[in-house]
Ligand binder design. Structure first.
Ligand code: CA
Length: 445
């Protein structure tokens, strides 16, 4: 399973006061500012800070730092009874079980180094995977056509998500979901969230559709070939082949229908592109901090943004925002609503770009026209923390200093770049960090 920790912590962007930009005709251009939407749903538990409301249960008993696992089991059992859940499956499945050390180890990972986006994409979108994706698209064409009719989602997106989540169903984890979630609810970093998912998992088992031993998935409780966490399964899993079981472990009908249902329910816009590669003009008005805004293709065009392929934009009324995963030097994208919809599956921008580019590569072999700045070295976690501290010390709101470059840090960075007359692309390299260190030392002395 490929995932990258570029999590977007929800929070308000610092908008500040902004002059209204003008277009080529000198008319004021109306910008719609981007306010990050609350991301309450994500299929995978690794995706984001949870805001899961599937179970309104107040799980006060889930702060068991000093409790033994058996003590935790006893108190969780009480919670289950209070929730109206028969504790029998919980008791039997966890009889004699200890917390899973592997799960805890994986949960406490804080990697110092992360992949550059181009390295991640190289792995996620290999030629071999594109070829396999085309084979699968062809093999399942009839089913995918039916599902497109039902859900409006193109087959290549279902295939691309399936490929990234479980390598076309070949690797979806072999952890017991109940034991993993119990371990995480007992002493994981997000015990409360895991407890809610455990309740959802037990509710699923109570229906009798799935046996506990069949309920396997990732260490974090993401289940089956589409890697749905239990709460997501409850809401979106589909029994497409009508055999009485929403079998996301073994039935292609159910797997693809569940993915399509999730996307449609998350707001998928049938027939619309996820986005497209664009180029920025030399005269691009960086001073207006345009990465803060979402507006129509027509308005982006009025700022000189053009399609990288040279083909004219198909629909100029679509509303989009710019996405520069490797800054102004790398490929630039204009992304639309469906990009945000895929993000509900996994909040990582890199993941969403991988799904989008893989889907396109499978359907028509499209490749990027711009190249990635492959000689850049991504910042380490401690360098990211240093960046956040430097910004914070200079009066920029980065939110928490957590070594994660989310929307707040990026926005603060762009404000810093503007002040120091750099291109405000929110992209940070080691040389820029060094410059910032010097600048801030100068101003401190
Ligand atoms: Ca079924």
């Amino acid at each position: 399973m490929i995932r990258r920790s570029v999590y977007c912590s929800a929070g308000l962007l610092l908008l500040g006061t902004l002059a209204m930009p003008v277009n080529a005709e000198g008319n004021a251009v109306e910008f719609k500012s981007i306010t990050p939407k609350a991301k309450g749903r994500s299929a995978g538990p690794e995706s984001a800070a949870p805001n899961y409301n599937d179970n309104a249960a107040q799980l006060d008993s889930l702060t068991p730092v000093t409790k033994s696992f058996d003590g935790w089991k006893r108190s969780f059992r009480e919670t289950l009874i209070a929730e109206g859940i028969n504790p029998e499956i919980f008791d039997t499945t966890l009889a004699g079980a200890e917390p899973d050390d592997v799960v805890l180890k994986l949960d406490s990972r804080q990697p110092e180094f992360s992949l550059a986006i181009w390295e991640y994409l190289d792995r996620a979108i290999s030629q071999k995977r594109i070829a396999r994706g085309r084979t699968e698209l062809f093999k399942h064409r009839k089913l995918l056509r039916t599902l497109k009719g039902q859900y409006g989602v193109d087959g290549e997106y279902m295939i691309a998500i399936w490929a990234l989540e479980s390598d076309f169903g070949r690797n979806f984890g072999n952890f017991s979901v109940i034991r993993s979630l119990a371990t995480l609810a007992y002493e994981g970093k997000r015990a409360d969230f895991a407890g809610k998912q455990l309740i959802a998992a037990l509710q699923i088992l109570e229906t009798g559709q799935i046996k506990p031993e069949q309920m396997i998935g990732s260490w974090a409780g993401a289940m089956g070939q589409p890697q749905f966490i239990p709460g997501t399964y409850q809401r979106y899993a589909v029994d497409q082949d009508n055999d009485g079981v929403s079998d996301i472990w073994g039935s292609h009908d159910d797997i693809f229908a569940s993915i399509a249902n999730f996307l449609q329910s998350s707001g998928w816009q049938a027939g619309q592109p996820w986005g497209l590669e664009v180029r920025l003009p030399k005269s691009f008005p960086w001073k207006l901090n345009p990465l803060n805004y979402e507006m129509s293709v027509k308005r982006w065009e009025s700022l000189g943004v053009y399609s990288a392929s040279g083909e004219p934009f198909a629909d100029k009324t679509l509303s989009g925002k710019l996405f520069l995963p490797a800054g102004a030097k790398g490929p630039v994208f204009l992304v639309f609503e469906n990009f945000e919809v895929i993000k509900r599956y996994n909040l990582s921008n890199s993941y969403v770009l991988a799904v989008s580019l893989l889907a396109e590569s499978i359907s028509h072999g499209k490749v990027l026209t711009a190249s990635w700045p492959r000689s850049d070295v991504p910042l380490s976690r401690s360098q990211k923390e240093e960046l956040q501290t430097l910004l914070l010390d200079s009066g920029y709101d980065v939110g928490e200093v957590d070594g994660i470059i989310g929307p707040n840090t990026r926005q603060a960075l762009r404000a810093w770049q503007l002040k120091h007359e750099f291109i405000a692309d929110g992209y940070v390299t080691v040389p820029l960090l060094e410059l910032m260190r010097e600048q801030e030392n100068v101003s401190a002395n």
